[in-house]
Ligand binder design. Sequence first.
Ligand code: FAD
Length: 351
Amino acid sequence: MKDSTHIGIIGAGITGLACAHILSSKYKVIIVARDLPGDLGTKWASPWGGAVFHPQATNSSVLRKMQSDSFAFYEKLAKENSTCGVQMYPMTEYFDTEGFDKDPWYKSLMPDYRVVPSSELPPGIVFGVKYTSLAINPLIFLPWLESRLLGRGVNFFRKEVSSLEEAKAITGSKLLINASGVGAKHLANDTSVHPIRGQTMFVKSDVERLFMLEGTEYTYIIPRPLSGGVIIGGVKSERLDTDVDASLKANILARVNRISKGAFANVDLEDVQDIVGFRPGRREGLRVERVGSVVHAYGAGGAGYIYSFGVAVRVWELVEGGGAGYIYSFGVAVRVWELVEGGEKDLRGKL
Ligand SMILES: Cc1cc2nc3c(=O)[nH]c(=O)nc-3n(C[C@H](O)[C@H](O)[C@H](O)COP(=O)(O)OP(=O)(O)OC[C@H]3O[C@@H](n4cnc5c(N)ncnc54)[C@H](O)[C@@H]3O)c2cc1C
């Protein structure tokens, strides 16, 4: 039986939906958002993510735990559901400069992790690893998750709110999750929040491998599940316009050809789908913090999918723990999974 507590969530991006997924196993959840799954505006980030699970380097055990929880969730989905837009792929990760961790924390997280022998590295690459990871197609996964949440009784309400109090009033909740992405700049009065522009291309292709290049230029190839193509990128910039930069397109194509031995040599740049989107950056990094009756969950920058379900587990604990004496423990994460799994069993027939 559901707890009678109502929880409101601002935001229907991947962070808000992931929080709703975990919280709705126990609570009545109401989401209020300006943009909802299926919308394609550039005021929110989630439709435009790559979206690859590329583990993030960090010394924080909490951030590592969130990534691990998230990976476990997506991996399970990919293995059990072939239509939700999440799929496993082999990953090759290259570095073309020194100064990075050659013994990363995620070597124990990612299946099949191994170092590429130096004799097999392409010219200009100083280090490389391979492992199995996954990619998410947001245009399939967000609506899929939304329909699942609707089946669980989560309510969606489209509205742009001007304050956290307004969101509380609309959702009739005493406890609010603020998953408003860039919107948190205004709603949480957080001046360290800022949009980070990305430009990528969707290209028809049968490449079924993930590639990442880090160092001088951040470059990637991300198969897009169930689409017949890949996302190639990338760039990060402080520009705020949505115009497609034609010179960047040629530059991205040259870079992806370099790391894929020319797999995209025949691509016609006139015949690709351009994507411009804005990541919800935060100079102080991801914020998952309870302040009174509000749990803030925003600022994942270019890693919102990577953190999503791990953020949701941590939000759950902040909700349950009341914000005091909070310890992020493995035991709690296991309990959360049990609750979610229990709920899923009842839902399976309805999906
Ligand atoms: C080009 C590009 C490539 C990317 N690649 C990857 C990748 O490979 N892997 C990865 O993990 N991440 C990637 N990202 C980042 C990822 O897409 C974001 O981190 C993630 O989508 C953020 O989700 P969110 O739910 O926190 O915010 P958003 O998706 O921005 O959602 C915010 C929600 O809050 C709502 N909202 C905001 N203000 C208000 C208001 N005042 N009133 C009501 N509602 C409001 C919005 O309508 C929306 O529903 C990429 C992003 C871009 C742009």
